[in-house]
Write a new protein. Structure first.
Length: 175
């Protein structure tokens, strides 16, 4: 179905708004997939906080113009599905990687993170990036370790003194 000018403007505005707040984006070729398969992808993406949209390449170029993902414009060729990770940089890669394992016809062609275009072979590396909660947890554990070791070391001095006094007391009682 052909879009009129007003509808095209709405599509460009919607994609541009999502692209301005997204952390990462992919462009994937979906040729040969059924509607049911793409619906399954959209459901999984929605659960992960990923925005998925099939947009004509000319409209996508206009939408990505003044965003961090302008680097993707040159690679917009053929039927592509655009997906934007809005929660964390790895969310879009996790969804795409899981879907690509089940469907051979789904091929990631473009990956962009914070204005840098990555090679499609780096999809699994991006998918392994921790979520926001995992990153905070890792940071806190790294920050907690030195404090915990210092507290244990400072606590060892009075503990050792108490054990020594108890050993002396036991020795005197035994004698």
């Amino acid at each position: 179905m052909a879009l009129n000018y007003a509808q095209k403007e709405l599509v460009v505005a919607e994609v541009a708004e999502v692209a301005k707040t997204a952390y990462s984006a992919i462009g994937a070729e979906y040729r040969g997939l059924t509607v049911e398969q793409l619906t399954k992808l959209r459901v999984e993406a929605r659960k992960a906080g990923v925005y998925v949209r099939v947009v004509k390449n000319t409209l996508a170029r206009r939408a990505l113009e003044n965003t961090d993902f302008a680097c993707m414009q040159a690679g917009l060729r053929g039927p592509l599905l655009l997906a934007f990770g809005r929660n964390d940089p790895g969310s879009v890669a996790r969804v795409a990687e899981a879907f690509a394992k089940e469907h051979d016809k789904f091929q990631v062609k473009l990956i962009a993170v914070s204005g840098q275009l990555l090679d499609p072979s780096q999809l699994s590396m991006l998918a392994k990036m921790p979520t926001y909660e995992e990153a905070i947890s890792q940071l806190l554990s790294v920050m907690k370790a030195p404090v915990q070791k210092l507290a244990a070391t400072l606590n060892e001095v009075p503990s050792k003194l108490a054990r020594t006094l108890a050993a002396v007391r036991d020795a005197k009682q035994a004698a």
